[in-house]
Design a protein around this ligand. Structure first.
Ligand code: CA
Length: 223
């Protein structure tokens, strides 16, 4: 799954990020409400784990504004002990479930899975951009009816790019996604992988799927 954590407490944020990664999920951690809101409305997530008390835009405002914008991503709220009114307000603003801090990680995971099931938004089995589609369960990649064989690294790069289709993706972002680091030499390694990936995706097609944005990075065509 692709998860968004919006949480300002470093200890909780770090623990959640580590837990999700160990469970095999991708996650992005926003440390304040403004950043959380930006991410929640501009990227596609399978679920959002949202603290209510945040610097910047509050959790309550985030969930309410998401629903006002028609964004149905399941939201699990994290609340402080005893704040019944806060919980009620969060749920009536459009939250799907809540968990009172401190909580056990397995319980949070179970609740995320439950809200995803209920909303019928099981992790999108396929992601698409233009004539390109990725099946995340079978890891099958198809462009215009042609199946493309990718290495796990190429698949991971492409999955990241397709989730940011039409946006600038820097080499640094790709490094962090692949290796959780941005060491200097990685830039060249990324370039090699991207060139190979581009060769495979574009074989037999006139239009290149991946554009190079000189000196900055790449962008995958959204259509
Ligand atoms: Ca907080």
């Amino acid at each position: 799954m692709e998860l968004l954590i919006v949480e300002d407490e470093p200890v909780i944020g770090k623990a959640l990020r580590q837990g999700f990664r160990e469970a095999g999920h991708n996650c992005v951690w926003a440390k304040d409400g403004d950043r959380g809101w930006e991410l929640a409305k501009s990227q596609q997530f399978d679920a959002i784990i949202l603290d209510l008390m945040l610097p910047g835009k509050s959790g309550l405002d985030i969930v309410r504004d998401l629903r006002l914008e028609g964004i149905r991503t399941p939201v699990v709220l994290l609340t402080a002990l005893g704040s019944v009114e806060e919980r009620v307000a969060g749920l009536s603003a459009g939250g799907d479930d809540y968990l009172v801090k401190p909580f056990a990680f397995p319980e949070l995971m179970a609740r995320i899975e439950a809200v995803c099931r209920r909303s019928g938004m099981r992790p999108a089995p396929t992601v698409q951009a233009g004539d390109l589609s990725l099946d995340l369960a079978t890891r099958r990649v198809v462009r215009g009816g042609h199946e493309i064989d990718l290495t796990p690294t190429e698949f991971s790069l492409l999955e990241f790019m397709i989730r940011h289709a039409g946006q600038l993706v820097t080499r640094k972002m790709l490094c962090e996604h692949l290796w959780e680091s941005d060491w200097e030499g990685a830039t060249n390694v990324i370039e090699v992988h991207i060139n190979r990936l581009r060769g495979k995706l574009d074989k037999g097609f006139d239009r290149s799927m991946i554009q190079t944005i000189r000196g900055r990075g790449y962008a995958l065509r959204a259509s």
